[in-house]
Ligand binder design. Structure first.
Ligand SMILES: [Zn+2]
Length: 328
């Protein structure tokens, strides 16, 4: 496919806390180019936006076209987004309150730009191109350092009244429970995320014995990944920490299944790599805590698109919006 045949093109840019991932797809959704570079959020907002634009331009250069073939672009960012205000308050990106990201990026690239929350975008990509293909009602949860989510109903993203729907990491699973990074207590994220596993590992490591204590005493980082490595090496305490986090994930999933009765739950994020140690207790809890009818119908699967999902999701949103409004 030559660049001319592939035009018009659609771009997607995902702004993450640590990296920017951009890509360009054809009108049939084929991936034509991709660029990954660090966000360097400490350099400030304008520098980051400049890097986002440069990243997409690099993709266009790889395809061998200039910006004129770009029909529309989508941008995804962490945290809640708002059509009017733009990015409202993304975690880990200081100074990003109420940034009209879509219009800033769109004007620099001279293309119509839509903005979407990153987990919603990832949910949409998994629905169109990944593990959720062909499903009608689907939930997507990403479990890594935090827990995010997206809701697909009748094949479309469900955004709610204010655009904040799908924040499934912050459903309460324990009244007056552990403190969550969001400032409230007892959220699913405070029990089932990578950060939660690390925090519990650090706490247990205070006791004067065991592998967790040895790591803590040696001032080695007690990340979820490190705890997983201890667990796979056979450390019982580390195994229990991961199983507990999985069990709590199952409690959250069971409530969501009881509410939405989806046909499919797609799980993404780094913690899915922990396999049965984490997901086994989650599945067992879902079996125990779901209503019989919803449990019978739901499948829980791992996402297929990985880190590419948010950018691919917003590029696909841009593509479908343009197609529906027949601007091509
Ligand atoms: Zn929370």
């Amino acid at each position: 496919v030559t660049a001319e045949e592939a035009a018009p093109l659609f771009g997607g840019i995902d702004l993450g806390a640590t990296k920017i991932l951009s890509l360009v797809v054809s009108r049939t959704g084929s991936l034509l180019a991709e660029d990954i570079r660090p966000s360097l959020g400490a350099e400030g907002r304008d520098a980051v936006i400049g890097r986002m634009v440069a990243s997409l331009r690099e993709c266009l250069a790889t395809v061998g076209v200039d910006g004129r073939q770009l029909a529309a672009i989508g941008v995804s960012a962490p945290g809640p987004v708002d059509d009017a205000a733009g990015v409202t308050n993304p975690p880990n990106l200081p100074g990003w309150h109420d940034v009209p990201l879509a219009s800033l990026i769109g004007s620099q690239l001279n293309a119509r730009c839509t903005l979407e929350n990153d987990a919603n975008a990832a949910a949409f990509a998994e629905h169109r191109w990944g593990a959720g293909r062909g499903s009608r009602h689907m939930l997507f949860l990403t479990v890594s350092s935090g827990v995010g989510g997206g809701i697909i109903i009748d094949g479309a993203i469900y955004r709610g009244v204010s655009g904040a729907a799908g924040e499934m990491g912050h459903v309460t699973i324990h009244e007056n429970g552990r403190r969550c990074p969001c400032g409230r207590r007892g959220c699913l994220e405070a029990y089932s995320s990578g950060l939660a596993i690390a925090k519990q590992g650090y706490r247990i490591g205070r006791r004067a014995s065991g592998a967790l204590h040895a790591r803590r005493a040696a001032a080695e980082p007690l990340t979820a990944k490190a705890i997983y490595e201890l667990a796979t090496a056979g450390d019982e305490t580390a195994r229990r920490l991961i199983a507990d986090a999985g069990r709590h994930l199952g409690t959250g999933l069971a409530s969501l299944i009881n509410i939405f009765d989806p046909e499919l739950i797609v799980l993404g994020g780094s913690l899915t790599k922990m396999g049965d140690l984490y997901l086994g207790p989650a599945q067992a809890t879902v079996q125990r805590e779901c209503s019989a009818q919803a449990r019978r119908d739901v499948r829980i699967v791992i996402g297929e698109l990985g880190d590419r999902a948010p950018a691919l999701g917003v590029a696909t949103l841009a593509l479908e919006t343009a197609t529906q409004t027949s601007t091509l």
